[in-house]
Design a protein around this ligand. Structure first.
Ligand code: N5H
Length: 257
């Protein structure tokens, strides 16, 4: 069995900057020999994503804009990818959004619009993207998404994002069932807290990190690289019997009561 990703092409969605988990995933896939395609939400992220992608040695990355709230935009992106590269072997979905002022205080205060927005971008987008991406996975493939413990248990302040992650987790399982017959596996990584742009401005972040250092079995936070290597495992043939699974890359924190 060959676990190199040489000759394979993967789409990475959701790089914002060098701290992004998506960037950790991109580097692990690159190190394993994969060709990379990056998508970014709008022109604001184009330059940072291109600069990062172009810094990978020996990689001729491709870049596409893809606004996941727009079905026509998703269709167009994957039609362009099909036209430019043909077959892809997998995709990493690293996209989420909720209104900042609803990631605080009581969950109950979420608005109907805020609930819809968080679910649209953080949960529905996986399904919308999978639907357009799977026809390009003509040799089988893998889809990986990023989830968080707050979708399984109540985590203070995670609020509507927790409800959206629960929906994302269930979507991942239904997609795994739909796509298994095409040789496509769908899994999620539940990462421990990492200081990314998502975590920026979150008041409780330091308290949460401290709790990881005190109570998680490994007594330390996890890194983008550790999540990246698990994505590599899930997108390679190493995990060929695994689908519909959530793997916690969280120093074991989720097992502690
Ligand atoms: C329990 C916690 C801390 C409290 C909750 C944080 C939730 C963060 C996730 C969402 C996705 C962050 C978010 O949407 C921020 C936006 O309102 C504002 N930011 C932006 O618009 C920037 C510019 C763009 C690039 O960011 C996004 N997301 O589009 C959870 C933490 C311990 C762990 C954590 C941080 C989890 C997670 O889901 O990211």
């Amino acid at each position: 069995m060959n676990f190199s990703l040489e000759g394979r092409t993967y789409v990475v969605m959701g790089v914002a900057n060098k701290r992004s988990i998506a960037w950790g995933i991109a580097r692990s896939l690159h190190d394993a020999g994969a060709r990379l395609i990056f998508t970014y939400a709008n022109e604001r992220f184009e330059k940072p994503v291109r600069d990062l992608g172009d810094s990978l040695e020996g990689q001729e990355s491709l870049y596409y804009e893809c606004d996941v709230t727009d079905d026509e935009a998703i269709k167009k992106t994957f039609a362009e990818i099909k036209n430019d590269v043909g077959t892809i072997h997998g995709l990493a979905h690293c996209i989420a959004f909720a209104n900042r002022d609803e990631l605080n205080g009581e969950y109950m205060n979420v608005t109907r619009d805020g609930f819809k927005l968080a679910h649209d971008i953080s949960a529905y987008s996986l399904t919308a993207v999978a639907k357009e991406a799977y026809p390009l996975m003509t040799e089988g493939g893998g889809i990986v998404t990023l989830t968080y413990l707050g979708g399984e248990k109540v985590v203070n302040n995670y609020n509507v994002m927790g409800v959206a992650k629960a929906s994302l987790d269930a979507s991942m399982r239904y997609l795994a069932n739909d796509l298994g017959k095409h040789g496509i596996r769908v899994n999620a990584i539940s990462a421990g807290p990492i200081r990314t742009v998502s975590a920026k401005g979150v008041g409780s972040f330091n308290t949460i990190l401290k709790e990881i250092e005190e109570r998680a079995p490994l007594r330390r936070p996890v890194s983008q690289e550790e999540v990246g290597d698990t994505a590599y495992y899930l997108l390679s043939d190493l995990s060929r019997g695994v689908t519909g699974e959530i793997i916690h890359v969280d120093s074991g924190f989720n097992i502690i009561g």
